[in-house]
Design a protein around this ligand. Sequence first.
Ligand code: SF4
Length: 320
Amino acid sequence: MNAFDECVARFFGHRYHAYNDWAKHEYGGRLQKVSIDAGFTCPNRDGSLGIGGCTYCNNEGFSPSYLLEQRDIFTQIDTGIEFMRRRYPKTKAFIAYFQSYSNTYDDLDALKQVYGLALSHPDIAGIAIGTRPDCLPEETLDYLAELATRTMVELEIGIESCNDDVLEECLRGHDFACTQDAIRRAAKRDLFVTGHLLLGLPLESRDSLIAGARALAALPLDALKFHQLQIVRGTRLANLYRAAPDSISLLTPESYLDAVIDMLELLPPGIKIQRLGSEVPPSVLVSPDWGMRLFKFPAMLEAKLEARNTWQGRLYCAHA
Ligand code: SF4
């Protein structure tokens, strides 16, 4: 079997390792995340690190509408499950996804209480926790590792970019070394670690993305989420864009998918791809308006991979 056939067999007939394919094989069906806003904040918003947040951040843009209307975790889960059951009737299990802001940014007792509440819901099979790399003290990781021996736990770490100039420009408040350290400390405890990437940030370039992919390939990541930069109302980036639209070069669907492929080629075949993009509501989107729905991305990526005659891991070298 040649390298291409080996990968396609491993990717269940596709040219990249889709998380949904992996979950179906591993758990017998779709794992569907149900987003939760548990009322956490973020050190880049509450004054510990900054007050305005990252330049692109407006969590309303990335949260389902039902989260904006209600705070009670059980109600959020019920509403989310009802919605997802209609959309994905074959879902095998629901995962409570702590999505908004930094969901490990509190003392451990408070975290235990919130996670425990979600896990006590009869239809919830596990939790996924989105957070910043600088909000993962040892005691929190120890607790999550212990929790993972009893239930499904996914830790989603906001990488966004692997380039320090890009991180500084978007006012993240941490560097890539911090991200690398957090991923290694979490993986050392056998936690399932997903990295969250945002492609197209100011100062990011094809070269920096490729260098980033090489750096990510050396990290013990289980999964990655790709997102395209969208400028959202109420953000510093939106103000900048309105004042000087030419100062921000936004990706097109074609250039975005090419960038994803440039990175996929360098990534290990074992990394599962959990997301290929995001879609903010038209009411908060400033730009770019691609005029297409997210569900089309997997087929578009597959077609582009085929057109470029490539696949995830084609240029990956384990000893690079
Ligand atoms: S770390 Fe996340 S929640 Fe905090 S300001 Fe940045 S994008 Fe927003």
